[in-house]
Design a protein around this ligand. Structure first.
Ligand SMILES: Cc1cc2nc3c(=O)[nH]c(=O)nc-3n(C[C@H](O)[C@H](O)[C@H](O)COP(=O)(O)OP(=O)(O)OC[C@H]3O[C@@H](n4cnc5c(N)ncnc54)[C@H](O)[C@@H]3O)c2cc1C
Length: 265
């Protein structure tokens, strides 16, 4: 990792969190027992540097709730009840009071009678779903338009300079002109078999990814590279074993099982 990027991260990440907490509905708590990944390095802490989103009440999304993808069942208590990473840690590590914590979460879910009549899913969202739903609600608060089901297709180049993009919505292509520039937030290519074979260790299969099908096909990466953009670290991924469960949209990531003592597979 380039030193200047690390420094930029350290300088700007706290400002970014402060911005989110003052200007949006995103709320974090410190995860005191989420260890730094590289415990053998000097300065590593056993916890306190990672942030855990607070649960978010998804009823605040109104009709937009239908656009929120269901979380992977393995991230929920009993496949349906939302919890924070702190709650999950307490239960999995069987810390003092873990049974009460689980009973409390189950009761909260069961006694939410109005919501129980509407949906099997918890009214509250945790983890990544809490983050995206609080961000989505914050966009709604400010009337920021968000185009869903809109696929980036290609860059518009004028004499080698990027001047816009072509997107596809419901089979119709539209050209969007950029006033200042185009920023991609879609470098992942886990659903692209060819790119996986090019950059990742073999064997590799797009179908093993826990990403929902159709997302992150690498379109932005391919277009950026074709326009001469520099890329880096493409052989690095966030890895975890996955298990395909019949009839589920995508495989489940097995994120923390391997950290448990004893045979946990
Ligand atoms: C299981 C798991 C757990 C993780 N846990 C943590 C954690 O606890 N903390 C942490 O900091 N990080 C975590 N990460 C990493 C973190 O989620 C990623 O680094 C981050 O989401 C990357 O953000 P991004 O915006 O660059 O890309 P993404 O989140 O992948 O977003 C890209 C978006 O672009 C869209 N897109 C792709 N192609 C197109 C196209 N052609 N047209 C239109 N849209 C397109 C996709 O649908 C997607 O919405 C985790 C990752 C995984 C897989």
């Amino acid at each position: 990792m380039d030193e200047s990027r690390l420094r930029a991260y350290l300088e700007h990440a706290p400002k970014m969190i402060q911005y989110l907490e003052t200007k949006s509905r995103v709320r974090y708590a410190v995860a005191h027992k989420y260890p730094d990944y590289y415990q053998h390095l000097p300065g590593a802490l056993p916890g306190g540097r990672s942030l855990d989103p607070e649960l978010f009440d998804t009823s605040l999304l109104g009709d937009e709730l239908k656009n929120l993808r269901s979380p992977s069942p393995s991230t929920l208590l009993m496949g349906r009840i939302a919890w924070t990473a702190r709650d999950a840690h307490k239960a999995m590590a069987k810390e003092r009071g873990w049974r009460f914590k689980i009973m409390g979460l189950m009761l909260r879910y069961q006694l939410d009678l109005r919501w129980r009549r509407k949906s099997r899913m918890d009214r509250r969202a945790g983890l990544g779903s809490a983050l995206v739903s609080s961000l989505r609600r914050s966009l709604m608060d400010r009337d920021v338009p968000l185009w869903l089901k809109t696929d980036f297709r290609e860059l518009v180049l004028d004499g080698g300079k990027v001047s816009g993009i072509v997107v596809e919505q419901g089979g119709v292509r539209r050209t969007l002109r950029a006033r200042k520039g185009v920023i991609f937030g879609a470098g992942g290519f886990e659903q692209n078999q060819q790119l996986r074979e090019k950059y990742l260790p073999a064997p590799t299969r797009a179908g093993w990814s826990a990403t929902p099908p159709g997302c992150n096909t690498g379109a932005a990466l391919i277009a950026g590279q074709a326009a001469g953009a520099a890329t880096d670290l493409l052989e690095w991924c966030w890895w975890a074993p996955t298990i395909a469960v019949p009839k589920e949209e995508k495989p489940r990531g097995r994120v923390c099982r391997a950290a448990f003592p004893g045979p946990s597979w």
